[in-house]
Design a protein around this ligand. Structure first.
Ligand code: SAH
Length: 347
């Protein structure tokens, strides 16, 4: 499938362009040749999230069965690492969980099936979107999923708003209504871009209803600011390097910063308890990233041990992925503070 459109095509709203480009990209290419995600950097990442899910399940009252869901599982590495740990340290959770994966790329579904062969006793069920998950208590994990969802970009013009559309590899502006709540209150100077990720907001609305009905908890890890944000954050990565986002749809991975404050506001308004966003470094450190890494490193040749510690540092250090990446949990209000969100961030 090609993401190309004829040069003389009508202007296409940015979110529609991005949806088409990413569907083509994930269907045809190996994203992990273009960027390294946390589970591909360190096995401790998936293991700690497996432990997080097991502890959360206990806090939920150990419901049986429980849906364990991952949205955007990529190569299946995170879930394979998580389930290996769960089978070892939380066999009752391993027996209770039903694995559901939300993935729209048939190519990645096949890779995930291979990575997770024998990892769960029952079947694995794939979905195109979260809404088709069956009812019941759920624990959801999503790493670098929200950043791939299509965004709209609205520009304040001084006497109204305009919206970015894509035409012939560049942006054109078309008049638009003002951005809706929760972005409406955000002050944008003339010419400044405000981004709106409607699918992510819809997921939060749906999730808030879902996790407040039956016991549930969802954990999102992604990159983006923890305060109100304005500005253009659309970016493209191709062959591991920044690329021009509009020029070659389907050939590069298109992402945008996740607007955590807006997602938080929507989930809270829906009645859910929200924890974070909190820096990934603080979150993972509280879950025991360094203790786990030291254990993995013990007895290994010095070069391997050093590589494991370097990987943990890359995930947690403020000047690497530790601060820009955030963790945010959306939970049933009676659940209490989930692990990883309990301690105050150091100044
Ligand atoms: N969580 C993985 C992969 C991140 S890449 C990791 O950390 O390595 C983004 C993942 O989300 C891919 O699996 C991609 O195919 C999936 N994805 C992106 N947009 C999607 C959409 N709209 N619906 C379903 N899955 C999507």
């Amino acid at each position: 499938m090609s993401g190309a459109v004829p040069e003389d095509a009508a202007p296409e709203r940015l979110d529609r362009f991005m949806a088409r480009a990413n569907a083509a990209y994930y269907a045809a290419r190996d994203p992990f040749a273009d960027f390294a995600t946390a589970p591909e950097i360190a096995q401790a990442f998936g293991e700690l999230l497996g432990a997080w899910a097991a502890v959360t399940w206990q806090a939920m009252g150990s419901p049986e069965p429980v849906l364990l869901v991952e949205a955007g599982p990529g190569r299946g590495t995170l879930m394979a690492d998580a389930l290996r740990l769960i089978r070892r340290v939380a066999p009752a959770f391993a027996a209770a969980l039903r694995l559901h994966l939300v993935e729209f790329s048939p190519r990645l579904r096949a890779i995930q099936a291979q990575a997770l062969e024998g990892a769960v006793a029952g079947p694995i069920t794939w979905h195109d979107e979260l809404r088709s998950l069956p009812d019941g208590p759920l624990i959801l994990i999503a790493n670098e999923f929200l950043d791939a969802l299509p965004i709209r970009q609205l520009v304040s013009t001084g006497d109204g708003w305009a919206e970015r559309h894509v035409q012939a590899g560049g942006f054109v502006l078309q008049p638009a209504p003002p951005p809706p709540w929760p972005l409406a209150g955000r002050r944008a100077a003339p010419g400044e871009v405000v981004e709106l990720c409607e699918p992510a907001l819809a997921i939060m609305r749906w999730l808030a209803g879902r996790v407040t009905g039956v016991p549930g908890a969802a954990l999102f890890l992604d990159y983006g600011p923890d305060r109100d944000c304005v500005g253009d954050t659309l970016q493209a990565l191709r062959d591991g390097r920044p690329a021009e986002p509009l020029s070659d749809p389907g050939r590069a991975d298109l992402t945008a910063h996740v607007d955590f404050p807006a997602l938080r506001a929507v989930a809270l308004a829906g009645g859910a308890a929200v924890h974070g966003p909190r820096g990934q470094g603080a979150f993972l450190s509280e879950l025991g990233l360094f203790a786990r890494t030291e254990r993995l490193a013990r007895g290994r040749p010095p070069k391997q041990a050093r590589a494991l510690l370097d990987a943990a540092h890359r995930l947690a250090a403020p000047d690497r992925m530790g601060r820009l990446f955030k963790a945010m949990a959306v939970c049933h209000p009676s659940l209490g503070v989930p692990s990883g969100f309990g301690m105050e961030d150091a100044a």
